[in-house]
Design a protein around this ligand. Sequence first.
Ligand code: SAM
Length: 286
Amino acid sequence: MSKFPSYIQEVDGELWLTEDERDNMKLSYRVKDIIFAEQSPFQHVMILDTYDFGRTLVLDGVVQTTSVDGYIYNEMISHIPMTLHPNPKTVLIIGGGDCGVAKEVTKYDQVEHIDMVEIDKFVVDVSLKYLPEVSGNLSDERVNFIYTDGVKFVQELENKYDVIIIDSSDPVGPAEQLFSEEFYQNLHKALKPDGVMVCQSQSPAFHMDVTKQTYQRINNLFPITSIYTAVVPTYPGGLWSFTLGSKKYEPKNLGEKWQDKSTKYVNQGIVESCFVLPEFMKNNLK
Ligand code: SAM
């Protein structure tokens, strides 16, 4: 029996991580070192040191974030809703175990309280220890870590948060219900009357069906719904989508509201232009 999980292969003395993306595609990364590998109660958790992307968090064989490009996703999913809401004081993050989103949200002085609901404490502990480039060794007393299923957590909430960020893994296993209609209804209830929510809505290149379904589900509930994109090299397809639901504020001329947060990817031009969609996405969302 191999000493490695099936998605790590030894080829000519070199280690490779291979992600099975789809039936017809695999993505492989050359691995320098396995820093951590253990089964948690929910998933297989690994931190790898890879040649091109540095420290990399892998859950059940799927790359979640890396020290080289993780900031793109984490900044985009955090700063767009945080800029849209004029005064975000209470924030809920669901998922987000690598702590990259919480790190970005703590850059807002007006935020008083952040509930971070992650199903797997293992991911948080390992990311704080081995992935400081992403987690920033987060230690901010406004962050309240809650280890439970985000689906259950939002069931009984009403009128509580200004901003909700769903930083989930792909819609399989524990994250599947984080893409369901009922979950979005509960998020809508959990938001204040002028609240804003955002979720990652997958690759428009490979999973336009999921992107479209997410958009439609959120659009059925919120008066203002918008999709924006960013290019994340380690996510299959590169182009990644985020769907925003807002009860009151429109992301119009949003660049004008941007305030510098010492970011590496987001700037005024990105905030302004990220809602411009390629033609195939516009056509598919009709
Ligand atoms: N940025 C990443 C991506 O798009 O691949 C996702 C980052 S984050 C690591 C995703 C987190 O969601 C994981 O740590 C996972 O444990 C958590 N998660 C999955 N299902 C969950 C649920 N039902 N409730 C709360 N957290 C969940």
